[in-house]
Design a binder for this molecule. Structure first.
Ligand SMILES: Nc1nc2c(ncn2[C@@H]2O[C@H](COP(=O)(O)OP(=O)(O)OP(=O)(O)O)[C@@H](O)[C@H]2O)c(=O)[nH]1
Ligand SMILES: [Zn+2]
Length: 198
């Protein structure tokens, strides 16, 4: 069966995994470990595959994801997909930040498959990111693909680089938001969205 456009790239390109594995073996040595001891024998390859998975978003085109399931529909009310789990890596430390994304749009003739909204979040999250850019990229992608009356994105996340190291604030979390169209112009629409995600 023909693979969908956005699934066309392989995550585990063998040559890339082999090269990454060599580098991770070197990193283990530099960290004072012995990469030839039994417990670590397969670790460089495991880490290489884990990193390939956690950055798989580079190989996908988020617009294709939305356009692959776009339907004409006269519904012109809010569509909200809330509590989408987000697992990303901060581009400064390559440590995880994770939390929830809430994504809403008000269609203007076209809707998309609900799972595609979550797939777009996943596609941008699975890259090296800052939370602000992740928020804006999701918003802009939906806006440009569907030309809706408005898009709203809120992300709430905890950053491991602020918890496990650095400033070590275990309870801190960060909220970012981005809006277009009617969510910017009309405070009642924005408040309805904020109320729905509370
Ligand atoms: N704005 C923003 N900052 C982030 C994000 N993820 C991590 N950071 C921050 O990136 C900054 C990098 O600052 P630097 O001073 O260059 O790095 P650092 O010395 O490791 O900083 P500390 O984390 O304060 O120890 C830190 O303040 C992090 O908290 C993010 O998604 N958005
Ligand atoms: Zn960081």
């Amino acid at each position: 069966m023909e693979k969908k456009l956005y699934e066309k790239q392989e995550i585990y390109d063998p040559a890339t995994i082999a090269e990454l594995s060599e580098h991770y073996a070197a990193i283990l040595r530099l960290l004072g470990e012995d990469p030839t001891r039994e417990g670590l024998l397969k670790t460089p390859e495991r880490v290489a595959k884990a990193m390939a998975f956690m950055t798989k978003g580079y190989a996908e085109d988020p617009r294709d994801i939305l356009l692959s399931a776009m339907f004409r529909e006269e519904y012109r009310q809010m569509v909200l997909v809330r509590d989408i789990e987000v697992y990303s890596l901060c581009e400064h430390h390559m440590l995880p930040f994770y939390g929830k994304a809430h994504v809403a749009y008000i269609p203007d003739g076209y809707i998309t498959g609900l799972s595609k909204v979550a797939r777009v979040v996943e596609c941008f999250a699975r890259r090296l990111q800052v939370q602000e850019r992740l928020t804006v990229q999701i918003r802009d992608c939906i806006h440009e693909a569907l030309h809706p009356l408005g898009v709203a994105v809120v992300i709430e996340a905890s950053h491991m680089c602020m918890q496990m190291r650095g400033v070590e604030k275990q309870e801190s979390s960060t909220t970012t938001s981005a809006f277009t169209g009617i969510f910017l112009r009309d405070h009642r629409t924005r408040e309805e969205f904020m109320e729905l995600i509370r």
